[in-house]
Design a protein around this ligand. Structure first.
Ligand code: IPE
Ligand code: IPE
Ligand code: MG
Length: 256
């Protein structure tokens, strides 16, 4: 079993987490986040929705750093869903631009922080300049050994399953070759462990088509805090909440 680092070897984030009651030796390896509430946050302040998305980008920078310092190995975030194209054109365009700007602007810092970036979703449908910026980010951080940071862009869980089955069929799979394992192996991000926790901000109790295959046994953590107001303390609370859960995977615990 993993050992907690000695207090003098912990960083500030870990010390804060331990102070709040987190057991550092039992951290979730993979945290996935549905970053929701940017629009409502902006509206509540009388600002345009895009201002909320911009603030959400700042939150993401902080939360990535906090997750990495805490010792989470994989952080996956839902940045744009396959259904978000239904929003008004200016919001969609603004989001695409913001993601591209962020990808270009953050490259250096991500390399310095040893973050490995990956992207899941149907990238061929996003603007080509955004594709270039994302490909650059993925290629130039490939060798990094720190936290694996996955951006879900134009991502839909059902589509991912469809794409996986199509890939198997195109390889000539027979019906008996279609198994949970063979489908899992075709997922966009097959070598990552399934998310231990799916966190959603801004109170909505739904999945919105995020990691529906991989999240089959994830613990759900919903907070009322909106994404622009989320931060290290709220992340620690979520980890604490996760650690209090009784994960059974369909079985029973020793004492049952
Ligand atoms: C989440 O915030 C960000 C994206 C979907 C890109 P929303 O834009 O959904 O914010 P609300 O839910 O309208 O408040
Ligand atoms: C989910 O949030 C998608 C992202 C966070 C990118 P939405 O705001 O799009 O989800 P719904 O529409 O409330 O289900
Ligand atoms: Mg929303």
């Amino acid at each position: 079993m993993a050992q907690s680092p000695a207090p003098d070897r912990m960083n500030e984030t870990q010390r804060k987490a331990v102070g709040a009651g987190v057991d550092i030796s039992r951290l979730p390896a993979h945290v996935a986040i549905i970053m929701d509430g940017n629009g409502r946050w902006a509206k509540s302040k009388g600002m345009m929705r895009l201002v909320g998305h911009r603030q959400g980008y700042r939150t993401l920078k902080d939360v990535l750093l906090s997750a990495s310092k805490l010792g989470v190995s994989y952080l996956t975030v839902y940045a744009f869903s396959a259904e978000n194209w239904r929003r008004p054109e200016d919001e969609v365009g603004g989001l695409m631009k913001l993601i591209e700007e962020a990808a270009r602007h953050e490259l250096k810092g991500l390399i310095e922080n040893d973050v490995r970036v990956r992207v899941i979703g149907r990238l061929d449908e996003v603007p080509s300049t955004l594709q270039d910026a994302l490909n650059d980010l993925v290629t130039k951080t490939k060798q990094n050994k720190g936290i694996v940071f996955t951006l879900a862009i134009n991502y839909g869980g059902r589509r991912e399953i469809v794409d996986a089955v199509r890939a198997l069929v195109s390889k000539g799979a027979a019906p008996e070759d279609i198994t949970e394992e063979s489908i899992s192996a075709q997922m966009y991000f097959a070598d990552a462990p399934d998310p231990d926790v799916i966190l959603r901000t801004a109170g909505e109790m739904r999945w919105s088509n995020f990691l529906i295959w991989q999240g089959a046994y994830a613990e759900l953590c919903v907070t009322d805090v909106s994404w622009p107001e989320f931060g290290e303390d709220a992340l620690i609370q979520c980890v604490l909440d996760y650690q209090r859960r009784d994960r059974k995977f369909g079985g029973l615990n020793e004492r049952e």
